[in-house]
Design a protein around this ligand. Sequence first.
Ligand SMILES: Cc1cc2nc3c(=O)[nH]c(=O)nc-3n(C[C@H](O)[C@H](O)[C@H](O)COP(=O)(O)O)c2cc1C
Length: 399
Amino acid sequence: MNKRILLAVCGGIAAYKSAELVRLLRKQNCEVRVVMTSSALKFVSALTFQALSGNPVATQLLNAEEENAMGHINLARWADLIIIAPATANIIAKFSHGLADDLLSTLYLAATCPVYIAPAMNQAMWNKTVTQENIQRLTTHGIKFIGPEQGSQACGETGFGRMTEAKDICLALLARSQQQNLHNINILISAGPTREPLDPVRYISNRSSGKMGYALAEAAEKYGANVTLISGPVILPIPSNIQCVNVETAAQMHHAVISRAANNDIYIGAAAVADYSPASLSTSKIKKQDDDSVIKLQKTKDILADVASLTKRPGFVVGFAAETNDLERYAKDKLVRKNVDMIAANWVGKQQGGFDSDENALQVYWPSGNKSLKMTNKKQLAEQLISLIVEKMNEKSTT
Ligand SMILES: Cc1cc2nc3c(=O)[nH]c(=O)nc-3n(C[C@H](O)[C@H](O)[C@H](O)COP(=O)(O)O)c2cc1C
């Protein structure tokens, strides 16, 4: 991995496990420096970390000698990445609120490199609303969480809060450091279907499962991006480290996307947004009639075209096209007509993957070329598409 890694150890039982993390990181040719909070020093001695890292351990903010050797600013500048393991509920709260009353919280504020947090705490502390709110806040600030895991805890309880094992933290850091092409890039992704209500109990929708959009969100996060997912109604779990905004109708999705688009570098419109919605919404359940009934539909707003035509638009805009026929013609037409940078087109219909399936294939078009991404599971396909987006976005910014 060959990185300069700053490991911060906080005051929890899991502190002893981080000694193994130092060893594993050094095996990956990383230079490791360790910061310990004063609580951490009550659990494990600094000497252990000093011996394993081969470097002095920093413990105090206001220590004239340490400040001379390497102050909080120097430590923050030195690191290629920072990992807090174990991270206590306390340090998560401090980071979330910008406190700077000890070495670790102060150097966190001074850091500009990627920061990873491996929490460890009692399951009730983890589930506490305020802890979850702090985690959400930090996620929106671009901090990446590794774990925690579920299982039995040192306190005798069972649930979420166990620190991820050192070898898995090391693997996660390794994987992410190889895929940081999107570090500091903000990506907005819309996913899933929309529901257009007819009355309080009925709606018009489509078969989109949201799997492709969610897989893209996960892949982009893996590449280091700050991801905001605008999701229609789906039954998928929200991927970790991703800010998710739930919407229901095309109008709500339009508002959620447009109001955020200017703050994003990339927009990927992977949602199956209704093209039409009922012209009127009945406030009571529509009763069965003797005769046939006609529903008047009105056009919804075109989210992709509206994002692409914003004065301050994301630098790279990607649309999806789901077609049952004439895929290439429709996709190329959409690319030009909507003035977007890329269209990922896929066949939908009975035997062709697409909606609601775990697999898909994509035919991707951009102004000067195209590429086929073969039928595979949506997670792999999402990684391939994200890499292609990165490649074409870099080409666009250098031409
Ligand atoms: C035996 C013991 C174990 C603890 N384990 C944890 C823990 O796993 N996670 C946690 O968030 N706090 C734990 N705490 C509480 C923290 O040590 C306490 O909140 C402390 O202020 C954290 O300081 P720090 O965040 O500066 O390291 C524990 C406390 C004790 C006495």
